[in-house]
Design a protein around this ligand. Structure first.
Ligand code: PGA
Length: 226
């Protein structure tokens, strides 16, 4: 295409990402789209299971996960740390404590993401490993709805620390529970053997170089420990 020859790459890039990465992906896409104005983006945000289903059906160029599906062969690039932290409303008695034992968490009503969520998967694995029984109060299918439910005093929760960045901390306090955070990572992934388009390759190069650097400096300004 003439536009490719001029260095102005044109076409559509399809990305499907798990919900917690919706807090950083747009910050990568902004500068990318400015640089390559002829590239259109289709961004699908869904929970882990739904993103796995799209991957199996080969619907997109790239996927973002923090827990890679085991049964599918993929190429992956480790991208950023995704620490999961405990959150409570500002006036919660535990917010005054400097160090909270993990067992304490079983006393508080807990708000949990739905089945199929990678966040839920990570929390369940972690609690199993530490032999902690959570006091599940409510299942909520959205990080933002969980944050508002926590604010309104319905309970506490564990979410990606990225849900608190870029102005998302209002009304919430991170609890100093040891040994949290749950340490996970995000990965860019695509089906093994899939030939990446020129556009997909352009995005991949960007994500691994200046895209990542720009995002990291923004996140550090947000006091996110990445
Ligand atoms: P999810 O995303 O909880 O929306 O599935 C996060 C993840 O997969 O870790």
């Amino acid at each position: 295409k003439l536009s490719d020859l001029r260095g102005l790459k044109a076409g559509t890039l399809k990305i499907a990402v798990v919900t917690t990465s919706q807090y950083f992906i747009p910050h990568l896409l902004g500068p990318f789209c400015e640089r390559y104005p002829a590239i259109d983006i289709q961004l699908k945000v869904a929970n882990r299971q739904q993103v796995i289903d799209r991957l199996s059906a080969g619907m997109d160029d790239f996927y973002v996960f923090s827990h890679l599906p085991e049964a599918i062969e993929m190429e992956t690039i480790e991208f950023l740390p995704n620490p999961l932290v405990a959150i409570a409303p500002q006036n919660h008695p535990l917010t005054a404590k400097k160090r909270i034992h993990l067992e304490t968490i079983s006393d508080a009503p807990f708000l949990m993401r739905e089945k199929g969520s990678g966040t839920r998967f990570a929390i369940e694995e972690f609690m199993k490993e530490h032999q902690i029984q959570l006091n599940l109060k409510m299942t909520i299918e959205s990080n933002e709805a969980i944050k508002h439910a926590v604010m309104s005093g319905l309970g506490i929760s564990i979410l990606s620390a990225h849900t608190l960045a870029f102005g998302g901390r209002a009304g919430l306090v991170e609890l100093a529970i040891k040994p949290l955070p749950i340490k996970t990572h995000w990965y860019f992934a695509w089906l093994k053997g899939k030939q990446l388009s020129i556009i997909a390759n352009t995005f991949l190069n960007y994500v691994q170089s200046e895209g990542k650097e720009t995002l990291l400096s923004e996140l550090r300004q947000e006091q996110l420990d990445v």
